[in-house]
Design a protein around this ligand. Structure first.
Ligand SMILES: [Zn+2]
Length: 71
């Protein structure tokens, strides 16, 4: 993420939301009943307020299909 500092894009934010670094304590959390983290990501949203666009996905962003909505 440090490499993206000051230059975030929608694509780089989607990559961050799908990151598995430090699993199971990653940004993209998967249900892991074998750990003390018995919960997971159920969806993600990115909003570009300048271009008035919203991207959303249901489920883990590493697997889900992102949908674009013009606001
Ligand atoms: Zn994931």
């Amino acid at each position: 993420m440090d490499a993206s500092w000051g230059a975030l894009s929608v694509a780089s934010i989607k990559r961050i939301l799908a990151d598995h670094s430090n699993f199971p304590r990653s940004v993209c959390k998967h249900h892991a009943p074998e750990s003390d983290l018995d919960y997971g990501t159920i969806g993600s949203v990115v909003i570009d307020v300048t271009d008035r666009l919203l991207w959303a996905c249901a489920g883990n962003p590493c697997r889900a299909v992102w949908r674009e909505v013009r606001l």
